[in-house]
Design a protein around this ligand. Sequence first.
Ligand code: ATP
Length: 204
Amino acid sequence: MYIIGLTGGISSGKTTVANYFNQLFNIDIIDADLIARYVVRIGTPGLEAIAKYFGKKILLSNGNLNRSLLRKIIFFNHESKHWLNQLLHPMILEGIRLELEKAESLYVLLVLPLLVERSLQDMVDRILVIDVDEQVQVKRTIQRDNISEQEVRAIIFSQSDRKRRLSFADDVIKNNNESEKALSYKITALHKKYLTILKKQTPS
Ligand code: ATP
C-alpha cells in the first residue's frame, strides 16, 4: 500500500485537507490522533495503566481520560511524558498497522501530526506538509479550542519549526484561509500527481 504521510503544525488544517481527499476521491484516511484516542477509551488496558500511573485524578467523572489535564501534566514533566510515550506508541503503531491492512483505496493518507518531531519518515512513502503562517495558527486554535494565546504559542514552540518541517516535504499545501474552491483545486492537482507516481511504480 502506497502511504502518503500528511503532517503540519497545530490547526494547520490536516483534518480539513484529509477530509477533502476522502470526499473528493474516496481516499482512505488513517488518523494517528484518532487511534491515539481509541487506545485509551474506557475499558482499555491503556486507560487502566494511565489511571494507575497518574492516579484517579486523571479521569473525568464519567470515567473518560481527562485529556487536557494529562496534556498539562506531561507538558511540564518529561519523565511522565516519556512513560506515556513508551506505553502508547506501540499501541498506536499496532492500530495504524491494522487500519493499513483494511485500507482499500489507491493510496492511503496517514495523518501523523508529529511525523517530523518523532522521525517517522520511514513509515511513509511520501510526505505532504500542510503549511500555515503562525498568526493564522494562533487565531484558529484560540477560536477552536478556547485557549489563551500564550498556551497556543507554547504548543507551537514545542512542535517542529516550520522551516524544519518543510525541509521534509515532498509536497506542500499552503492553507492560510484558502477558500473551499482553492483548497479543492490544490487537492485535485495533488491527487493527479499521486496517481501518476503510482502508475509509474506499477509494472505494466
Ligand atoms: P490539529 O493539529 O489541532 O488536529 P488540524 O491541523 O487537523 O488541527 P483542522 O482541524 O483541519 O486542523 O483545522 C483547524 C481549524 O481551522 C478548524 O476549525 C478548521 O475549520 C479551520 N480551517 C482549516 N482550514 C481552513 C481554511 N482554509 N479556511 C478557514 N478555516 C480553516
